[in-house]
Design a protein around this ligand. Structure first.
Ligand SMILES: C[S@@+](CC[C@H](N)C(=O)[O-])C[C@H]1O[C@@H](n2cnc3c(N)ncnc32)[C@H](O)[C@@H]1O
Length: 208
């Protein structure tokens, strides 16, 4: 038995609708590994329940799995805004949201997060950053003014399969940007930060 198997056997199960979305994603999507999955999903759910957000913003919906995990922590009238650039996923995502108890509380925005974020007129309690790695630093600058003091950003993939400690390969723009993002966050006096070595690395960032 691997350590991951052991952990999965000793944490909460995914709700049935998430297990179904997980399976459907593996059957019907080209890059199913992008989905948060059982362990990370339960961590996102637990963090959201600790934060009890009214407004959540997610950048990078994919098939909707993580948006639904974050929605588990919403206050009664809370909402999740989630942004996905791939319009071919729209129907699949909406079908997935409709399987859950949160379909009325999630707003799906189809388009480029770089152009959609400036149009969102809300102050957020929690932001999950999980879109293209090449723009992580830009997303940070766009969302920080929209995050309440004491609010949190969770940034996914910040250890990038261990590549952050390997020699940087020529033309590896994604690793270069993750390295830049991690340095920028480390030096940023507007926020507190810690990296959880879970799955592909989750950085927890708190606005001071
Ligand atoms: C890693 S997946 C998200 C996984 C999802 N958050 C989960 O945990 O189940 C990243 C998603 O970001 C989307 N994406 C990439 N660039 C984007 C952009 N500029 N604006 C919005 N979405 C983007 C991709 O199409 C992809 O579906």
């Amino acid at each position: 038995m691997t350590l991951e198997d052991y952990i999965l056997q000793h944490i909460d199960e995914e709700p049935d609708y998430l297990a179904k979305i997980n399976r459907k994603t593996w059957v019907r999507q080209i890059n199913p590994r992008m989905l948060s999955g059982h362990l990370q999903g339960r961590i996102l759910s637990m963090l959201a329940k600790m934060i009890q957000p009214t407004n959540v913003l997610e950048i990078g919906t994919f098939t909707g799995y993580s948006a639904l995990c974050l929605a588990e922590g919403l206050t009664e009238n809370g909402t999740v805004d989630t942004i996905e650039i791939d319009d071919e996923l729209e129907e699949f995502i909406l079908e997935n949201f409709s399987l859950s108890p949160f379909k009325e509380q999630i707003n799906l925005h189809i388009g480029n997060a770089m152009t959609i974020i400036p149009t969102l007129d809300k102050i957020y309690d929690l932001v999950f950053l999980d879109a293209d790695k090449c723009h992580y630093s830009d997303y940070l600058e766009l969302v920080l003014p929209k995050l309440r003091k004491g609010g949190f950003i969770i940034a996914d993939n910040t250890i990038w399969n261990g590549k952050v400690v390997e020699e940087l390969k020529h033309n590896d723009k994604q690793t270069e940007e993750i390295l830049h993002f991690n340095e920028k966050v480390k030096e940023d006096k507007r926020v507190e930060k810690v990296i959880l070595p879970v799955r592909d690395g989750l950085t927890l960032i708190r606005k001071i």
